[in-house]
Design a protein around this ligand. Structure first.
Ligand code: ZN
Length: 329
């Protein structure tokens, strides 16, 4: 994407654990001046905004081309639910904010025009603009982390729904009487396939007496098992960890089969630590989708790992700013 347009856009991706800032060339391209810091949401929203504004200033200082060419604004990605029109974050269990005017506070603190969208929408938009979902007319994005975020891009537009709440694919029910989810529902996809829930299922198996290398990997402290420990054990050839991963692939396959039948996407892009399991995840996952969804829909759909695991959120947030402010991307 070579362009003579000298302008730049800031992307700010706020997560429950980290926040990331980067500068994106107006016509697209690699982020520059990337900065990452702990969000520390318990210090309060105003404190997060003040630190984010410092990161933005430092980021711009590090990229002389951006200083020279001009920074036109900042796109913000934040956990939701949120209201894009008012720029309010309505409530975020992960950040502890309620009706927080994030967009306007960031705008004031940085002196830049700002837009606000859901973080998972931004990540999906970033993969559509410059990542694994390029050229997809209908793109489903799933981010497996502390929770499961989802996003849907159709014909180059994020689908927001009637009240900006669309795309919560992690909370589709896959088992009517299943595990309790943080959202209050039972049997959500997230209750099985988020990082902490992958770990929790492994720990439950060990507590019922299953032998596994997992126990040795954490020196017997099973409460220290994370999803990353499970992948590590899979790579070591541990059969129990392999079972946990197969179950993860199965539930994800059920969820994705539902999405494939409902939306007929060209591509489903999966981001998050779980993709490090590679074929241990993707082979049984694709098989499960094939088994459940309509053949014509399955054959039209690529199921891929994300291409921009670290930066899709920042790139997408900047992309949202550009699209909303200038009408095209
Ligand atoms: Zn849920």
């Amino acid at each position: 994407m070579v362009s003579d347009d000298p302008r730049w856009i800031v992307g700010l991706d706020i997560g429950g654990t980290n926040m990331v800032v980067g500068l994106i060339p107006f016509s697209g391209g690699e982020p520059r001046g990337l900065k990452k810091e702990k969000t520390l949401p318990l210090r309060g929203g105003e404190d997060v905004v003040a630190r984010a504004a410092v990161m933005v200033r430092e980021s711009i200082d590090r990229v002389p081309e951006a200083k020279a060419g001009g920074v036109v604004g900042i796109g913000i990605g934040s956990p939701g639910p949120l209201n894009r029109a008012s720029g309010l974050v309505l409530e975020t269990p992960n950040l502890g904010w309620r009706d927080f005017p994030l967009r306007d506070l960031v705008s004031r603190a940085t002196g830049l025009l700002a837009t606000l969208d859901n973080d998972a929408n931004c990540a999906t938009y970033g993969e559509w603009w410059q990542g694994a979902g390029r050229d997809a007319r209908t793109l489903v994005g799933l981010t497996l982390g502390t929770g499961i975020g989802g996003g849907l891009v159709m014909d180059g537009e994020i689908h927001h729904g009637a009240s900006d709440a669309a795309g919560e694919f992690g909370h589709m029910t896959i088992d009517t009487t299943g595990r309790k989810c943080k959202c209050g529902n039972y049997g959500c996809l997230e209750a099985y396939a988020s990082g902490p829930n992958i770990a929790a299922r492994a720990v439950e198996g060990l507590e019922s007496g299953t032998e596994s290398v997992l126990t040795a990997l954490v020196d017997g402290k099973t409460d220290e098992i994370t999803a990353a420990t499970v992948y590590e054990a899979v790579v070591l050839g541990d059969s129990f960890a392999e079972e946990v991963m197969k179950e993860t692939a199965k539930v994800l396959g059920v969820g994705i089969a539902n999405l494939v039948n409902a939306l007929n996407p060209d591509a489903v892009v999966i981001a998050g630590g779980v993709t490090r399991a590679g074929d241990h995840l993707f082979v049984p996952l694709r098989k499960e989708v094939r088994r459940r969804a309509f053949r014509s829909a399955v054959e039209a759909c690529r199921i891929l790992p994300a291409a921009l695991p670290e930066t899709a959120g920042v790139i997408g947030a900047a992309g949202v700013f550009k699209k909303e402010t200038f009408g095209a991307i």
